[in-house]
Design a protein around this ligand. Structure first.
Ligand code: GCU
Length: 342
């Protein structure tokens, strides 16, 4: 299956690169094809939201554009899809904020552990263009820009057979993290051994015991089957990392003013639909993981985890002082919407 997917992805990538090189993004009916890639299943809120985008754009501009959504890493891993979006081989993709820090260091901010005090503070910050604007636009020179954000919940540790109650429990464990320097640093401060890899490789790595665990939101347990292998999911709440819908800059700049306004409406729709679907999807995943996969949910004291990661905030501010005003604006939301944990 995996090999098949890789071959298909390669074939698609080759076809698309050829299409771009020869300047033909046109379908046989003469409409321009808009390709959007992501790495989630067709049940996932992200896919549902992108299908709503497809329907919206085609209802308004269907005589000119044919929107096609490619789920499940069909166009490649997230890293590969970001590169395809950069070059214009595809028009849009969804990338975790984690990966984007290697394209613009501004993205490092949203990857900080324990940056947001609560889900409300996270949502309010991500909805505030004074906070997201300087970050979302920082990759324009690299060929793409962020057009909206998607909720990806809270990231927590889960393991095959070691309940994580304190950071000390992570010692000696190989934990898959996303491919970003911030995540590697976080894992080392928490005492585990970081094993960076793409999302699509995690299930096999868990099953073959190359890694002892991973960290993600609850949907990874059910949608990606990680809960078939990992039996302990521990709410240490270390990160709320958004997913970002990015678009090729030449494509976006090539839209007329009227078209761009319609696309902007569509981007807002993606955000709203995904967010509405998210809460129910997490509740359903938790229920299925507990009752069908036999996953045990643990609720450790988060403070020791938070304390271990605390130096990362000062380090980041020292390294990227330009981000300080944005960091402070987030702290204001943290005061307005504090943690409800006792
Ligand atoms: C979440 C997130 C994805 C990301 C994945 C990962 O599922 O929504 O964008 O790729 O985590 O851990 O890699």
């Amino acid at each position: 299956m995996k090999t098949f997917k890789k071959v298909l992805a390669l074939a698609l990538a080759t076809v698309m690169s050829a299409a771009v090189l020869t300047g033909c993004g046109q379908g046989s009916d003469g409409r321009t094809i808009i390709r959007i890639g992501h790495n989630q299943s067709t049940n996932h809120p992200t896919h549902i939201a992108l299908v709503a985008f497809e329907e919206f754009i085609e209802s308004k501009l269907g005589d000119k554009y044919d929107v096609e959504v490619f789920p499940s890493e069909l166009l490649g891993s997230q890293n590969e899809m970001v590169q395809l979006t950069q070059t214009g081989a595809i028009n849009f993709c969804v990338a975790s904020n984690s990966l984007l820090e290697t394209f613009s260091t501004n993205y490092t901010l949203f990857n900080l552990p324990y940056l947001f005090a609560s889900a409300e503070a996270y949502h309010a910050s991500m909805d505030d263009e004074a906070i997201t604007g300087p970050i979302f636009e920082s990759t324009k020179e690299a060929g793409f820009e962020a057009v909206t954000w998607l909720d990806a919940g809270t990231r927590n540790f889960y393991t095959v057979d070691t309940p994580i109650e304190t950071p000390a429990d992570l010692k000696g464990l190989k934990i898959r993290v996303q491919q970003s320097p911030t995540n590697v640093q976080m894992m080392s401060l928490l005492g585990g051994s970081a094993t960076p890899m793409g999302f699509g490789d995690v299930y096999t790595a868990l099953q073959s015991k190359i890694i002892d665990g991973a960290e993600n939101n609850e949907l990874a347990l059910t949608d990606n089957g990680h809960g078939d292998v990992c039996k302990y999911y521990s709410y240490d709440m270390h990160q709320m990392i958004p997913d970002i819908l990015i678009g090729n800059i030449a494509f976006l700049d090539g839209l007329s003013e009227e078209e761009r306004a319609i696309f902007e409406e569509g981007f807002q729709l993606v955000n709203q639909v995904q967010r509405t679907e998210w809460t129910d999807a997490v509740a359903a995943a938790k229920d299925r993981a507990a009752n069908e996969q036999g996953v045990q949910f643990l609720y450790p004291d988060t403070k020791p985890f938070q304390e271990a990661c605390a130096p990362m905030h000062e380090d980041m501010l020292a390294q990227y002082p330009d981000l300080a005003p944005i960091y402070d604006a987030i702290q204001a939301y943290n005061e307005q919407y504090p943690s409800t944990e006792s």
